[in-house]
Ligand binder design. Structure first.
Ligand code: DX5
Ligand code: ZN
Length: 224
């Protein structure tokens, strides 16, 4: 079967944490393609979330699921990355501000068997990507300031999605663009037109009364 053109990554930050097993199970059953797992340290961002033990517990319950670990921690170290990959991460992204040797960290992620991504905050310029394409599997463009779900897309970040798409095309780079923050059924089509193919959806999915319907509307909007 050929790969889907667009993927929805459900962000468990907006799930019912006391019923996480139920919510992740429901998300996968509905057809969410990837589970987005936000790791926050109260330092890089003003919030605190899930350790690797948490990820392992989910991976043990849902071994087929693809876990997309977004590290919002500073500093990012090889130990942290290794712990999350061991726990079940298939994709790992981190922020360049949190790491002195970005190229080395991307290589480390790939050498340990996960897809490697660089996450760009709203005010982070994408130019460094031009020195990293061969080490990147994906670019995660933040469309909100990281830390919390339920925020609105910052319009300037959509231009960045288009810029990254253009840069990748010019460099002939084989990467996908993931967008994180404020994605919902009313803007997902526009974000796709800017060049993203993976969409992190937190509150617009886990916050919906009817998750299956919410996913259906998101997918419908992507039938471009
Ligand atoms: C924000 C996180 C996001 C968040 C998105 O720092 O990185 O993954 O869960 O949530 P929504 O979709 O509600 O903006
Ligand atoms: Zn995220």
């Amino acid at each position: 079967m050929s790969e889907k053109k667009f993927k929805i990554a459900g962000s468990i930050l907006s799930a019912d944490l006391i019923n996480l097993e139920r919510d992740v199970g429901e998300a996968l059953e509905c057809g969410v393609d990837v589970i987005h797992f936000d790791v926050m340290d109260y330092h890089f961002v003003p919030n605190l979330t899930f350790g690797p033990g948490f990820l392992k517990a989910l991976k043990d319950k849902f071994p087929q699921a693809v876990f997309d670990v977004h590290l919002m921690v500073s500093p990012v170290t090889e130990d942290i990355v290794a712990d999350y990959i061991k726990a079940g991460a298939s994709w790992v992204s981190f922020h360049p501000e949190a790491c002195i040797h970005v190229e080395r960290m991307l290589t480390f992620i790939k050498d340990n068997g996960a897809k490697a991504g660089l996450a760009l905050n709203p005010a982070t310029a994408p130019q460094m990507l031009d020195y990293l394409w061969d080490k990147l599997d994906f670019v995660l463009v933040m469309t909100v300031n990281p830390g919390f779900g339920g925020q609105k897309v910052l319009p300037s970040c959509l231009k960045k999605v288009a810029d990254v798409k253009c840069m990748a095309f010019e460099a002939n780079a084989n990467v996908f663009i993931e967008v994180d923050g404020g994605v919902k059924d009313s803007n997902i089509q526009h974000i796709a037109e800017c060049g993203a193919t993976v969409f992190v959806v937190g509150s617009a999915f886990f916050g919906a009364d009817n998750k299956a319907k919410a996913l259906e509307y998101l997918n419908k909007a992507l039938e471009i």
